[in-house]
Design a protein around this ligand. Structure first.
Ligand code: T4K
Length: 413
């Protein structure tokens, strides 16, 4: 690893990449390997692999205690968890969701022939804008799904008020917000239900996994049965269900990572503070804030690139970094409303989404997590700084070498 001194040294213009290995945004946390392997050996010894085994039950209990919620139902992934929660809540017709989210939020509805109605975000929080939610309600609306994007919480109180006033169900996609809080209350306990993702790239992972959390006893029972084909007892199926079960090895991974929770937060927080420090006072570049008054997992480093000031675009910077093996991402470009099938259903929906449209051109995520250390962060920031400090020359180089970049840059963004 070496520092780049001038623009010509950048890998996008033919220099050697600053890293000879890839740095990922979602590099998985692994936790105490020996403990995980002990648990896996125990699973194999006991030959109990799935169907609400001992470790799944232990994981559910640990999460309910940590969050302060009555029920946690572990599942095979958050997409299925969303689908089951949506069905158990009896959502139909139209459901209002932000377009600025992973496409799974929309797909979980559309898969069940429910129309996701895309709402704009509050640019401060990147979460669904309650004022616009009110305007999008029609006689067909049955619910709202808020997404606590990048660990920032939605305006839960405003959404709760709207849902109550208009008789709507309120679900939260909390895939990014495990171990985050709002006004000292842990995410997982809001609305009628909340859904976590424990995918490999998430703060706490179970390889693949997810969970529905709720304080509603009746809803919890329904969800438990639905995720096991609708079986109530050995031979008695009481309604339509599916297979949403988490397996024991996944639960073992989750339990092992929960034992390192504080350490994982500390590493993410250290990385966030380093990025903030190295990227402070760079015109046009800012790392989005986390609120220190709340619990937070600091899982995402969200960078805002304002092209009017930097002179180059977010996508230029993505290409530059990716050529250096810094595999930054542009979540959630281009917005669900511009993805299929939603784009074909409603080609003009972008007209109602000005903040989503603008921020989808400006935001990107930088590598963090346990696989990244301070010296790597310093080098990443050094490249960004060098680009901004030489933005005019950079723009000219990008223009003059456009063809060469298009041909040699095989890295897709
Ligand atoms: N709601 C929201 C708001 C979500 O963000 C998500 C998922 C969901 C719902 C649905 O949850 P799940 O059904 O997945 O539980 C990834 C994840 O697949 C997805 O879980 C996640 N959100 C989304 C934000 O990111 P991709 O297509 O970006 O994944 P991929 O394979 O490009 O991986 C991301 C980075 O992580 C890469 O740089 C490679 C690295 N990586 C990935 C894996 C799987 C590793 O280093 N090791 C690994 O094992 O979607």
């Amino acid at each position: 690893m070496k520092y780049k001194k001038e623009l010509d040294d950048l890998a996008i213009f033919g220099g050697a990449p600053v890293f000879d290995y890839e740095l990922h945004v979602g590099g998985p946390n692994i936790g105490e390997r020996a403990r995980l392997l002990r648990r896996i050996n125990d699973i194999l010894e006991r030959r109990w692999l799935t169907n609400r085994g001992r470790y799944v039950q232990e994981l559910e209990e640990k999460i309910t205690n940590l969050i302060g919620v009555k029920h946690c139902i572990a599942m095979c992934n958050a997409t299925i968890a969303l689908e089951i929660a949506i069905r158990a809540l009896d959502l139909k017709g139209e459901v209002i969701i932000p377009s600025m989210t992973f496409v799974a939020t929309a797909h979980a509805l559309q898969w069940q022939e429910i129309t996701p109605v895309f709402c704009d975000i509050d640019p401060e929080t990147l979460c669904i804008d309650p004022m616009q939610v009110e305007r999008l309600i029609t006689p067909r609306t049955t619910g709202i799904i808020g997404v606590h994007l990048f660990g920032q919480t939605c305006d839960v109180e405003a959404l709760q008020e709207i849902a109550k006033k208009r008789g709507l169900r309120l679900l939260f996609d909390a895939a990014h917000a495990f171990f985050c809080s709002r006004e000292d209350k842990m995410v997982g306990s809001f609305g009628h239900a909340e859904v976590f993702s424990f995918h490999a790239t998430k703060f706490i992972n179970t390889l693949e996994g997810g969970a529905v959390l709720t304080n509603d006893d009746v809803l919890a029972e329904k969800i438990r049965l639905m995720k096991n084909f609708g079986f109530k007892g050995l031979d008695n199926v009481i309604f339509l269900g599916t297979n949403g079960k988490m397996n024991e090895i996944s639960a073992a991974m989750g339990l092992t990572l929960l034992e390192s929770l504080d350490e994982l937060v500390d590493i993410n927080k250290r990385n966030y503070e380093l990025y903030r420090q190295f990227l402070s006072d760079i015109p046009g570049i800012s790392v989005r804030d986390y609120n220190y008054n709340e619990k937070c997992n600091f899982q995402y480093i969200v960078l805002n690139v304002d092209q009017d000031i930097t002179g180059f675009s977010r996508d230029d910077l993505l290409k530059i970094l990716r050529a250096e093996n810094v595999l930054a991402r542009r979540y959630f470009y281009p917005g669900c409303h511009r993805m299929e099938p939603y784009r074909s259903y409603n080609p003009n929906s972008y007209l109602l989404l000005p903040h989503t449209e603008r921020l989808n051109q400006q935001l990107m995520q930088l590598p963090t997590g346990t696989a990244i250390g301070p010296s790597e962060i310093e080098k990443i920031c050094h490249i960004i700084k060098m680009c901004v400090q030489n933005s005019e020359a950079l723009r000219k180089l990008l223009e003059s070498k456009h063809e060469m970049i298009e041909i040699t840059n095989t890295i897709e963004i």
